[in-house]
Design a protein around this ligand. Structure first.
Ligand code: MRU
Length: 353
């Protein structure tokens, strides 16, 4: 049986963890950072759904780990009297959580993994223990994958490089290190001097609020830019590489990530700058042949029209279009970095090898 993660495995301020008594999932509410560090302990399915939907917990790997712990906690709280009622109840919770966000592969993947473990049990007590162990295993695996991705990514950086990143693919979005930010943080830890350019990432400002916070606190030389400034920063020769995370990769290498990533990719191509997409290999979805098969989450227009403004800026009633992700065509991606290595075109062959 897997044991709970030690404090040294978890590191300082994990974005997601199980409470010591196993009764709640503890998260850092990412909607409030960096202004306020609130650490709620969630127990009910409604709070859990809401945490994913409202992006209190966000970032593809972090959502997957969170969902696994949610299933373990819901199992521990079940009042079902027999095993059939117990599994029915948990399966309904799993379906409900799975509907909270569509684009990141990790949510559904980790929920299905927990459901498979549930299906292999025959009594409630063992099921509760085994589900908890599986959630710990998922968390541990993510830490190892992020570390490996970061190690591969560091080999693509040189001392003095300027690196642009979009959205937040750091420790908050994962377990530790991060994916897109992992190489930058690891290179910095190893004494390299890097200059990070952080897209603010409209409309929810994950770059300004979370990436700038993580890199700046780690001591990386960090400059925040508006999304529409990436082109001039690249034209001025300040950017040697772009590193981003990813929510789902199709079998041909098309990659969905936070809205605006494909624009960064087009700029990189124009200026001859390599674009690296960093993700665990489990982000590659065998059910998606190309990026056209990836479901793009659509969010409320108020996130554009009024959120983060003291007063609403847009006319009341104006139409808003708010896709939360976009797909970067594989031809614009220099390499996809997973825990297994650095994959390059043709991605269908690299992925299948
Ligand atoms: O909507 P979000 O904030 O969950 O979007 C997150 C991203 O797009 C990240 O880049 C992606 O999940 C990779 S996180 C390691």
């Amino acid at each position: 049986m897997n044991q709970k993660l030690t404090p040294s495995e978890l590191g300082a301020n994990p974005s997601v963890r199980l409470s010591d008594d196993g009764a709640s999932v503890v998260i850092i509410d990412q909607t409030l950072l960096p202004r306020e560090t609130k650490i709620p302990a969630l127990q009910s399915i409604e709070e859990m759904y809401d945490a994913i939907f409202k992006l209190r917990v966000r970032g593809a790997p972090a959502i997957g780990i969170f969902a696994a712990y949610c299933v373990a906690v819901l199992a521990a709280h079940s009042a079902a009297r027999d095993f059939t009622a117990f599994t029915d109840e948990l399966r309904a919770h799993i379906r409900y959580l799975d509907a909270s966000r569509p684009t990141a592969v990790n949510l559904g993947k980790q929920l299905r993994r927990m459901e498979r473990v549930l299906g292999a049990q025959s009594d409630i007590t063992t099921a509760v223990e085994t589900l908890q162990s599986e959630a710990f295993a998922i968390h541990r695996e993510d830490i190892a994958m992020c570390r490996a991705i970061s190690e591969f990514g560091v080999t693509l950086l040189r001392d003095g490089d300027g690196v642009l990143t979009h959205c937040n693919a750091g420790p908050l979005a994962t377990s530790r290190y991060g994916t897109g930010l992992g190489p930058i943080l690891m290179a910095h830890e190893r004494g390299m001097t890097l200059h990070a350019y952080v897209d603010e990432t409209r409309p929810l400002l994950q770059g300004a609020r979370l990436t700038a916070y993580e890199l700046y606190n780690a001591g990386v030389d960090t400059t925040l830019i508006c999304d529409n400034m990436a082109s001039i920063v690249m034209r001025e020769g300040r950017v040697n590489a772009a590193f981003v995370g990813c929510d789902r990769v199709a079998m041909n290498g098309d990659a969905a990530n936070k809205i605006g990533t494909s624009g960064v990719a087009i700029l990189c191509k124009h200026y001859g700058i390599p674009l690296y997409v960093c993700c665990p290999s489990s982000t590659i979805d065998p059910n998606c042949a190309t990026g056209d098969d990836i479901v793009i989450e659509q969010r409320d227009g108020d996130e554009i029209a009024e959120m983060f403004y003291a007063n609403r800026v847009a006319p009341v009633g104006v139409k808003c279009y708010n896709p939360a992700f976009d797909v970067t065509p594989h031809g614009l991606i220099t390499a996809i970095i997973t825990e297994k290595g650095i994959l390059r075109e043709p991605y269908d062959l690299a992925i299948n090898s």
